[in-house]
Design a protein around this ligand. Structure first.
Ligand SMILES: Nc1ncnc2c1ncn2[C@@H]1O[C@H](COP(=O)(O)OP(=O)(O)OP(=O)(O)O)[C@@H](O)[C@H]1O
Ligand SMILES: Nc1ccn([C@H]2C[C@H](O)[C@@H](COP(=O)(O)O)O2)c(=O)n1
Length: 672
């Protein structure tokens, strides 16, 4: 089938710093006694997790920027962190620092992560470390070998570890454990995995012996400080190489790309599929080969990707699979079972999404089979919060004629925060400031986020319904009332008599409030701690309406809520979400219920028993009084759909909103 409009791709892309090298730049700087200047680091969520963890161990690391200096004090000076490491979504942070901590006698740390990271297996690092004498406890359910885990550092024995997988994270963890305990470590792998650790350690005076499939770290090695310039990440550059390959005309120049041979498998695959790639300006910087790649479109053919090539392109496989959906013939990916334990089960997620879009794709135990075609692709992609899925399908969404929405475009922050702007620029949508998620050159909606506003009076069921709807749709939930409650909670202890509260004093506490995503819900944190129960207590509930009347506080909450709900599919609940906070929400619902019924539900929720009529009557009075205090900001938006829930079950109202959301999404993907 013919495309509706040609795709012209042009310009120069300098993809962000390499993620693997960025983590290691910080870690090796922390091991050295001296200053390390770090330039062009990837300042993404994953790398922030490593930086925070190292700071908590006493290393001086300023805010990440394009040029900064890390001051390490040597391995012996590393301390136990005062709080658990928040590894967020980062497997590299977890596995590498697990190795380092395990080899530091007398130190210990608890490792925590988000839901996706907590599902990922850690035994692959814990087992070889345990064979060296390390103590690692998994604190989750019995049999669960993921986070949370506690690592107790010890003086380890040397090891000669023969690994069943080619894994740079396992290899890196063992080398760090050996460095920390000063013992010999030999790691043998079935294929050569990424060798950034080896290159960087050699450049820092460590006497490593490296051969094709093994590395030997002699005992008692010191790491010296050495400046780093981080090259562009070839995994990130691959998205743009694929985009250029899919174009009808133009050429894209990818600058400063890391061409380490353990990382360039995807470029080999692209060439085999017929893509024209010219590599020039090659040079060695800090032990890494760097160069420029110019990509031009060509007719694409399917291929087979398997065996030793897999570790060299493991992170690029989602993009290569998406590219295969546009190539002539069949593409087969095998020997890649590792994909199932990445940020998502990337075999299942890629195949499911391709099939949703209309591609003939089949899941294999260790890979997938894809039959290419040029039929326009339509549908909604579920990323499971996986950055590489968002970007791979984002590239397909940029092809004219395709209509693809993406549930969580913001998850690209993990490795490529500027991805959507760079994509917009490459497909000729003007300045890098243009957001390709809104529309592409083809007019296709590429991940235009769906915003659902749920407003209504107290105890009408907003937050529980919003949370349930968000869960069913697989999108984010933000409870705006929780932010009013958080700032009220702090005012209670810092602002004296509530009668004399003024906005400036109340807002002085705002810097102590942040938010974090747990599962799918945004949680306000106070001094980094979740105070959920206290926020629902009577003292806060009694004063929160007063605070919610302060215009400056409303502005602050609106900003917090907008930042928590920006650029992702989201359900937000409150009083003025559809009118003020997200007036452009595509779906607005206003929940109402008889005040007696609302009071009854609130009491059931609070008392966990059937309330008496007298109790309900008293609670009804309080609710009505609260409604009056919140009345100014609580009117329904003109385009809101009002649902009276007095006589329906909560499940029914959730189903109704989910159906409305699906219909809304359908209209967004296929505008009439
Ligand atoms: N249709 C329904 N039938 C029975 N119970 C319901 C129904 N809808 C909501 N509920 C229950 O009512 C209680 C109050 O709901 P919820 O806390 O979500 O209200 P809210 O509007 O967010 O309240 P607030 O504004 O005070 O935060 C919850 O226990 C919820 O499960
Ligand atoms: N968008 C919002 C959300 C909440 N409020 C007010 C209403 C209440 O007084 C208070 C707490 O809300 P709840 O948790 O009970 O939903 O915050 C508001 O004015 N605007």
């Amino acid at each position: 089938m013919k495309r509706r409009a040609p795709l012209h791709v042009a310009g120069t892309i300098r993809a962000p710093g390499d993620k693997s090298i960025s983590h290691r730049a910080l870690i090796f700087a922390a091991l050295a006694d001296g200053e390390t200047r770090v330039r062009d680091i990837l300042a993404s969520a994953d790398v922030h997790a490593t930086a925070s963890a190292l700071r908590a161990m006493g290393v001086s690391i300023p805010e990440l920027s394009t040029d900064f200096v890390v001051r390490g004090h040597g391995i012996a000076a590393l301390t136990s962190p005062a709080r658990a490491f928040d590894c967020a979504n980062s497997g590299t942070t977890t596995r590498l620092l697990c190795g380092l901590l395990a080899g530091l006698p007398g130190r210990s740390a608890r490792f925590e992560g988000d839901a996706s990271l907590s599902r990922r297996p850690m035994r692959r690092v814990a087992s070889p470390l345990a064979s060296m004498g390390a103590h690692i406890d998994f604190e989750g359910a019995p049999g669960h070998d993921g986070l949370p885990m506690r690592v107790h550092g010890a003086q380890l024995r040397g090891t000669n570890y023969v690994s069943a997988h080619a894994s740079a994270q396992v290899k890196g963890a063992l080398l760090l454990a050996g460095l920390a305990s000063g013992v010999e470590v030999v790691v043998e792998e079935p294929y050569r995995s990424r060798d950034h650790s080896e290159r960087m350690l050699l450049a820092r005076g460590v006497a490593l012996e490296v051969s094709e499939r093994s590395v030997r770290l002699p005992a008692a090695q010191q790491v010296t400080a050495a400046d780093v310039v981080v090259p562009s990440d070839p995994s990130s550059a691959t998205f743009f190489a694929a985009l250029a390959a899919l174009a009808d005309s133009g050429e894209l120049r990818l600058e400063n790309v890391c061409l380490n041979p353990t990382r360039t498998g995807a470029f080999d695959v692209l060439q085999r599929m017929g893509v024209s790639l010219d590599v020039s300006e090659q040079r060695l910087v800090g032990g890494e080969l760097i160069g420029t790649i110019v990509v031009r479109p060509e007719a694409l053919n399917g291929t087979t990707i398997e065996g030793a090539e897999i570790p060299r392109c493991i992170d690029e496989l989602p993009m290569l699979a998406c590219l295969a959906s546009q190539a002539a013939g069949e593409t087969r990916i095998a020997d890649a079972a590792e994909l199932r334990v990445k940020e998502s089960d990337r075999i299942r997620a890629v195949v499911d999404n391709l099939r949703t879009l209309g591609v003939d794709a089949e899941e294999l135990p260790d890979g997938m089979r894809i039959i290419g075609s040029r039929t326009p692709l339509r549908g909604h992609v579920i990323t499971h919060g996986d950055h590489r899925l968002a970007m791979a399908f984002g590239v397909l969404g940029a092809i004219p004629g395709n209509q693809i929405t993406i549930d969580d475009p913001a998850c690209v922050d993990v490795s490529y925060p500027r991805f959507w702007q760079d994509l917009a620029a490459a497909v000729g949508q003007g300045d890098a400031g243009v957001d390709v998620r809104q529309t592409t050159a083809s007019g296709a909606a590429v991940g235009t986020p769906l915003t659902i506003a749920i407003d209504g009076p107290a105890a009408s069921g907003k937050s529980s319904t919003a949370q349930w709807v968000a869960q069913k749709l697989g999108v984010r939930h933000v409870d705006s009332g929780a932010f009013y409650r958080a700032i009220t909670y702090l005012a209670l202890s810092t602002c004296g008599d509530p009668e004399s509260w003024v906005a400036d004093d109340v807002l002085a506490n705002a810097p102590r409030i942040s938010w974090r995503l747990t599962e799918r819900s945004v949680l306000p944190l106070i001094d980094d701690i979740d105070q959920d129960t206290a926020l629902r207590d009577a003292p806060v509930t009694r004063q929160v309406s007063r605070v919610a009347q302060m215009l400056a506080v409303r502005e602050w909450v609106n900003q917090m809520v907008r930042s928590a709900g920006a650029a992702v599919d989201v359900v937000v609940d409150g009083r003025d979400i559809g009118t003020t906070v997200f007036p452009d929400a595509q779906l607005k619902v206003f929940l109402v219920a008889d005040s007696w019924e609302r009071a009854r539900r609130r009491l059931v929720q609070r008392l966990r028993r059937r309330p008496t009529d007298a109790e309900i009557a008293e609670e009804t009075e309080e609710l009505v009084a609260r409604d009056a205090k919140d009345a100014t900001q609580s009117a329904p938006a003109r385009d809101a759909i009002t649902i009276d829930t007095t006589t329906v079950t909560q499940e029914e109202q959730v189903e109704r909103i989910v159906a409305l959301a699906r219909a809304t999404r359908e209209r967004m993907v296929r505008p009439t």
